[in-house]
Design a binder for this molecule. Structure first.
Ligand code: ADP
Ligand code: MG
Length: 228
């Protein structure tokens, strides 16, 4: 599904350079729910941006569905994202004065679905996250947990192969966080491949694989907390 090999990431150059990722190697298989944990500043978001093709490594390879993306132009990357990757951020990234449904439909801006099909898929995605009843409500009027589930609906509405999530529960209280994680669990059971980063080790029970990021290096974690 997604292979990172020998991935290095540096920001800046010369003496000011910050070396954030070091020799990161990981192969994400179809159906994996991979959780990457690590303390703040360990490089989780940087890694996730690379996995989501939002950023490129300084060196090393990234391939998605067997295709090497390392040298790809931005146009090709954005097309691959639109087609194959759903992304969820910690802070939802919704348009507050648009309705939940409109926010989900934004996902179809760069796809060639006609409007009716986009609306149908957007409604189905909202149903999937148990939010059909707020489809017509402006996003700013929703709770944080609801906003994040709208963001998940937007990410999955195009039926991507890969869902990538950066601390998706980071802004939520326990109950709202569980609701989001239960949605992820259902999506994983239905075969969606998921990569999620978090600093919250309590969420490992939802994952099928766990890797720990320590100062930019990715390794098998010492604890055996991940589910089967
Ligand atoms: P995490 O998500 O685990 O908290 P990040 O990937 O956001 O970690 O950041 C890892 C390190 O890389 C931090 O020291 C951060 O300051 C640095 N970093 C991240 N993005 C940039 C950037 N665009 N320019 C310079 N340094 C950056
Ligand atoms: Mg981060």
């Amino acid at each position: 599904m997604l292979v990172l090999s020998g991935v290095e990431k540096r920001f800046g150059s010369g003496e000011r350079a910050v070396h954030v990722l070091r020799d990161v190697n990981v192969s994400v298989e179809p159906g994996d729910f991979l959780m990457v944990t690590g303390p703040s500043g360990s490089g989780k978001s940087t890694l996730l941006h690379i996995a989501a093709l939002l950023d490129m490594p300084t060196s090393g390879c990234v391939s998605l569905l067997g295709e090497d993306m390392s040298g790809a132009a931005e146009r090709q990357l954005s097309q691959a994202r639109a087609e194959h990757i759903g992304i969820v951020f910690q802070r939802y990234a919704l348009l507050g004065r648009r309705t939940a449904l409109e926010n989900v439909m934004f996902r179809f801006r760069y796809t060639d679905h006609d409007r009716r099909e986009a609306r149908e898929r957007a409604n189905a995605a909202l149903e999937r996250v148990h939010l059909s009843h707020v489809a017509g409500r402006e996003a700013r009027l929703l709770s944080g947990g609801e906003m994040q589930r709208v963001a998940v609906a937007r990410a999955i509405a195009t039926r991507p192969s890969l869902l990538v999530a950066d601390e998706p529960t980071g802004n939520l209280d326990g109950e709202a966080a569980r609701a989001v994680m239960e949605v992820f669990r259902g999506l994983h059971r239905d075969g969606l491949t998921i990569i999620m980063v978090t600093h919250n080790l309590q969420l490992l029970e939802y994952a099928s694989r766990h890797l720990a990021l320590v100062r930019g290096r990715l390794g098998v974690s010492d604890d055996d907390g991940a589910g089967s």
